[in-house]
Structures are given as C-alpha cells and as structure tokens.
Design a protein around this ligand. Structure first.
Ligand SMILES: *[C@@H]1O[C@H](CO)[C@@H](O)[C@H](O)[C@H]1NC(C)=O
Length: 442
C-alpha cells in the first residue's frame, strides 16, 4: 500500500538519515530514493490487496472524535501510522495528582521499564522484545468479522489462554513478565489490553530499524477465553492464511507486512531440535533481510524458514509486495506498511475507538544507525560454525549479547571454533538488501 504523494516528501526526508549508517553509500541512497519514487508513482493509493476497511465504532456510528478520525485515516491509508512525537518537558511523578490527570503519564513509566527489559548489551532487541511483539499479535489476532468478543482485550494475560492453546507455546516467559507489569501498574488505572499492545509497540521500536508505531490506549479488558482457531500456524499454506486474515480485515499486502516481524525472531517450538535458529541472518534487527532470505535458496543453513512464510512469499497475491519489501527502498516501504497494519491489528475487536487516547509520545525514539557488529561471527555460526557450541551462540543472540570474543569466552565457547568457511555470497548484507534476487517482478 502507498500513502498519497502528499506524504512522499516527508517519507523521503526520513529515508535519508536512516541510510546514513556505516556501510551504506550515498549512491545506494539515491538508488533507494529513485526506487521509492517509482514505486509510489506506479500504483494507486489502494488496490484490492491493500487493507482499507474501517473497524468497530468507526464503521457505525462513524468517526466522531479527532482520534477516531486519525485512526480512520490510518486504516484507509491516508494518514501516516508512524510518528516521531516525543514528550517535551518533565514527566510528573508517578502517583502524583498531575500524573493521574494525564492519561499518558503512567505509560511513560511503563514504556521506560519495558525498554530496559527489551534491549541487550549489543543494542539489538532481545527475546523478551520478540515475545512482546508476538504476544501483541496473539491477543489481538483472536478476532474475526462478526465476532462480538475476542481481539485486543487483554485476555491473553487475564485468562489461561497461553496454557490452554498450543498455538501460544513459547509465550510463557513474556506473559509472566507482562503480568508482573500489570500487577505493578493496574493501580494507576491501566488495562491489560493496552499493556499488551504497548509492549508490542515498545518492543518494535526497541529493535534497530523498527518503526515507531502510533500507539493508543483506552481499550477495555475482557477476561474471557476467545474463540479458538483464529491464529496462524507456521505450517499453514498461503491460501488458508489469506482467508484467515481477510476475515480480520487484513488484506494480503497487510499480511505480507505483518509476517515480516519474523525478521527479529529465533524459533523454538516449530522445530525444537533447532531451537534458537533465526528466520534471517540478523535476529534482533528490524531489517528487511527476512524477505530476501525467505526467497533465497542459498540462505545460510541455520536460517529456518517457516513453510507458511515460504508459501506466502510466492503466492500470486503476495509475491510482488514481498519482493518490494526485499528490494531497494524496501525498508521504508515495509516500516510504513507494518505500522499501518499493526495499528489495525491492535484494534481488532475494539469498539470504543473514538474514545481512545494517543500516547505515541511515550515510546522510545527510533534507533537509527546500526552497523551490524560481529556479523562476521554470526555469519559463521549461521553457516555451521561453532559445532556443538552453536546452541550457546544462539542463546547469546536471544539475550542480545554482543557476539564478541569476550562474550564467547564467558559462555564457554572457543572463538577459534568459528572456523567454518562462511558462504559469504549468500549472506552479503553490505547493501542491506539481497542483490541476487531474480529481477522479474521487482
Ligand atoms: C577473536 O578470536 C579469534 C580466534 O582466536 C581471533 O582470530 C580474532 O582475532 C579475535 N578477535 C579479536 C577482535 O580479538
């Protein structure tokens, strides 16, 4: 999906600083800007495969407040779903009258505490961040059109949803952490539903290159187990996924954008034998490498591709969009689309959208420049280096530790074991995007 040309200027302006990280070249920046202009000129603002339906009370009675109008604009693709809005001045003390009067005040304390939990020493985001993003998906995703409960209602931490539904395996740790936050902050009037979605948005921007998704609070809780079979499985074929998400108002391009969250992940339960193998070469980084490497038959051997992602990447209603994300200008395009689709996802089943309040300003700033430290060591691991110690390297990455010699030694891994010749061609990321994609369709 594309924003109107009105927004072109600002998107290009924001593209430039994020490309100024070490390793990128001005020429590449120009190539990306050129591609962005062509991309935006080539397609109408909304096609049949772009999400554009309104949700909840925005359908009937319709948008009646400024927030309702903003969100309606985001849902139809006319308003940017990312924002740099920051808090100016001092935040009132937690528990004070001034803090109680300002809806976003307590959220600033929560977001700061979340950020601490989501970052590791390497400055990448860690397993808790990835868990928080997935938790946000799994709470909100349990809704489809026509259902009058389920969705972003906090049930994922207010019921036994995690243990009752095998699809939620792996979310135990982040659920426990989120419950602790809920117990600590519920005295200040927050809902579990908002807490789960705030967690997902803080986690996303905690990952280098992650978008700053506009963030709303005021959802209502419902401690009721939602209907089953509304979440995707990693083995689902594309046609099944497309139907599942269209029932939630999320069209194929939106689905393509949302599954890109796998860019940061390291699976554990799909193939337990390969626990902590990532879904692209840069776990903990919100880049577009996932899209290219899912298509790339020569991706390093430790990259574990979910059959669902592989199936989507070549589906006729998805593949062009997927390649755009993988290609030049893909990072900006994807961030824009992901933010839009995540605002939508985070409001599924919510029927008081007009009365929400925006608290985007409490999010941490985006982490710009990122130079992939120790990526050469990670690439060797991805190609089979470190032999039996490979699991420990996976754990270091899950904790977002820098994979340098001193970390390796401290976890009992001999840096010399990283001797397997890396398949350098397959993991080249100097240009941030895969250059050996077939050009057809790009
Ligand atoms: C890390 O250890 C390896 C293997 O002993 C060595 O070749 C390399 O130079 C070391 N790197 C640094 C930065 O010390």
């Amino acid at each position: 999906m594309k924003l109107s040309n009105l927004l072109l200027g600002s998107a290009l302006a924001s593209a430039v600083p994020s490309l100024a990280h070490p390793g990128s070249k001005w020429k590449e920046t120009m190539v990306e800007i050129e591609a962005e202009i062509q991309r935006r000129a080539a397609r109408p603002a909304n096609g049949p495969d772009d999400s554009s339906e309104l949700l909840g009370d925005l359908v009937k009675p319709g948008p009646s407040t400024q927030v309702g109008k903003d969100i309606a604009g985001i849902l139809v693709g006319k308003v940017d779903a990312q924002s740099d809005e920051q808090i100016r001045g001092k935040v009132a003390q937690l528990g004070s009258d001034a803090c109680k009067k300002d809806t976003c005040c307590v959220w600033k304390y929560i977001a700061d505490e979340m950020l601490q939990k989501f970052k590791g020493r390497s400055s990448k985001c860690n397993k808790f961040a990835r868990g928080a993003v997935r938790l946000g998906f799994h709470d909100a995703g349990t809704w489809k059109k026509g259902n009058d409960f389920g969705g972003a209602d906090g049930s994922v931490i207010l019921t036994n949803e995690i243990s009752a539904r095998p699809v939620n395996r792996g979310l135990e740790e982040i659920t426990a952490v989120t419950k602790q936050w809920y117990d600590k902050y519920k005295q200040y009037g927050i809902t579990a539903a908002d807490l789960v979605q705030m967690g997902a948005n803080v986690a996303t921007v905690a990952c280098p290159l992650g978008p700053r998704v506009r963030t709303y609070v005021g959802r209502k809780d419902n401690a009721r187990l939602p209907p089953d079979n509304l979440l995707p499985e990693p083995t689902d074929p594309a046609d099944k996924l497309i139907k599942l998400f269209e029932d939630k108002t999320i069209k194929p391009h939106g689905l393509a954008a949302l599954v890109g969250a796998h860019t940061t992940s390291q699976q554990r339960f799909f193939k337990p034998r390969r626990a902590l193998d990532p879904q692209d070469s840069t776990p903990g980084v919100w880049d577009v490498l996932f899209y290219g490497q899912t298509l790339n038959s020569q991706a390093p051997r430790r990259i574990l591709k979910f059959p669902s992602d592989v199936s989507l990447s070549v589906h006729p209603r998805v593949k062009d969009e997927w390649r755009e994300f993988a290609g030049p200008g893909g990072q900006e395009h994807w961030n824009e689309d992901y933010a839009k689709e995540y605002v939508r996802l985070s409001l599924l089943g919510v029927n008081n959208i007009n009365s929400l309040q925006e608290c985007t300003k409490v999010l941490p700033p985006t982490s710009g420049g990122f130079d992939f430290p120790n990526q050469d060591v990670i690439d060797k691991w991805l190609n089979g280096g470190f032999g039996k110690s490979g699991q420990k390297v996976g754990e270091a990455l899950a904790d977002a530790l820098p994979v340098d010699n001193s970390t390796l030694q401290s976890i009992g891994v001999d840096p010399k074991d990283a001797t397997t010749p890396a398949n350098i061609e397959a993991v080249k990321r100097e240009a941030r995007y895969i250059t050996n994609l077939p050009t057809e369709g790009l």
